[in-house]
Design a protein around this ligand. Structure first.
Ligand SMILES: [Zn+2]
Length: 412
């Protein structure tokens, strides 16, 4: 028998319960036992990791990932357009590894700059050929490229009639995608007032919803304006990103569907665009023109209200811009605490348990029988979520029972 035993750890199990001292035993890729207090688990054949009071928590989930967006904390690639495909595939694989290095053991895709990159990447990761997080894969974001300011890197076909939309959904399923992303609204960053421009009619949205249910594929969307949010909810979309201008009626609709739908506002991008993008030609004026500071302000009203209603609001989103690089994803938890009134524990639950529910996998909670995606953290993230941004504090990263980042020898 082999396996790993984490001993003398403080467990944050992802549910929101206070940390408790204990042990966790892993055999193969699963958590097989969790002990509390002084109870000791069988050690036979297991490598024992002495935690010395460090925190063991579930791996985090990036709820709104764009692994094909080029820039990471390791390299700036100053474009948001598709790269030559050979380079793009390799850069994406690099970004997957960097995201896992940052403590994110799962990523739910919010769209890709290539049609087939993510299903292929997911299969390479699942086959254990390259390092990366578990991935719910997607394709190009569907929205008319070149129309209403929608930039390159979106679906270029412009075939938006219902038969073509139905065929598109079926094709994405055949391509091996888990989720499809639609631009339900445009965006203020694409063109002024874009957030209020609807990209699909009610009939089109309903047809997309029906086709997706038939094909067995999830739907995600970019939805800024209130009508876009409502339209997506009525059509059965599962991940409804941003919700920037959601009004009372949109919030009521969301609340009624809160067991089936999620949101991730992607505030990290807005923050970086507002405060940190000067070197990339985006000063205060440009940021305002793109609606970034306004987006943060609106979020500070909408997000706390969503949380109050029990809607699952998840951290992460839109990393991969030159000024919002992959690898910085954990900063979203700090934004949730500082801007949206989440307690550190609430932000952690959103990044773990709720993220696991979005993935629809047995991840995000430390529970017997569930997948062993775990982080060993120096310090107490339930007191200060900023710890998670510091690589030196990420003492170990385990995915599927194996260490992506083993604890340093001094832990043994
Ligand atoms: Zn996005």
């Amino acid at each position: 028998m082999s396996g790993t035993l984490f001993s003398d750890v403080m467990l944050f199990d992802g549910t929101g319960a206070a940390r408790f001292p204990g042990e966790v035993l892993i055999r193969d890729d699963r958590i097989t036992a969790v002990a509390r207090g002084d109870e000791r688990l069988p050690r036979e054949g297991a490598t024992v990791i002495e935690g010395r009071g460090r925190t063991l928590m579930p791996g985090m989930i990036e709820a709104h990932g764009h692994l094909t967006w080029p820039t990471s904390i390791e390299r700036v690639i100053n474009t948001m357009k598709p790269l030559p495909i050979e380079q793009h595939v390799l850069v994406t694989a690099q970004n997957a590894r960097i995201t896992l290095d940052a403590g994110f053991t799962s990523v739910y895709s919010a769209g890709s700059l290539g049609e087939r990159i993510e299903p292929a990447l997911r299969d390479m990761i699942d086959g254990d050929f390259i390092p990366g997080p578990r991935l719910r894969a997607s394709a190009l974001e569907k929205g008319a490229e070149g129309v209403l300011g929608v930039p390159a890197g979106h679906d270029p076909t412009h075939q938006r009639d219902i038969p073509h939309l139905r065929a598109y959904v079926a094709q994405k399923k055949a391509d091996g995608c888990d989720t499809i992303k639609f631009l339900m609204s445009s965006d203020d960053a694409f063109q002024p007032g874009g957030s209020q421009t609807l990209m699909y009619s009610e009939d089109e949205a309903q047809a997309i919803g029906a086709a997706a249910r038939e094909a067995g594929i999830w739907l995600a969307c970019h939805a800024q304006g209130s009508e876009a949010v409502k339209r997506a909810l009525r059509a059965g979309f599962r991940a409804i990103y941003h919700c920037t201008y959601a009004d009372e009626e949109a919030l009521d609709l969301f609340e009624a569907r809160k067991d089936h739908a999620f949101t991730a506002p992607a505030v990290g991008l807005l923050w970086a665009r507002t405060h940190e993008a000067q070197a990339f030609g985006i000063g205060p004026e440009e940021a305002a023109q793109m609606g970034a500071p306004r987006g943060i302000e609106l979020g500070q009203k909408v997000i706390p209200e969503m949380k109050k209603r029990g809607i699952r609001v998840l951290p992460g989103g839109d990393y991969g811009f030159p000024y919002n690089p992959h690898g910085r994803n954990a900063r979203d938890l700090e934004h949730f605490v500082r801007l949206f009134g989440f307690s550190p524990t609430e932000a952690l639950v959103a990044a773990t348990k709720h993220g696991g529910e979005l993935m629809d996998l047995e991840v995000g909670v430390i529970r017997e029988g569930w997948l062993a995606d775990l982080l060993l953290i120096e310090g107490d993230p339930t007191a200060d979520v900023r710890l998670l941004q510091d690589k030196a504090k990420l003492a170990a990263i385990m995915k599927g029972g194996r260490f992506h980042k083993p604890p340093s020898p001094t832990f043994h």
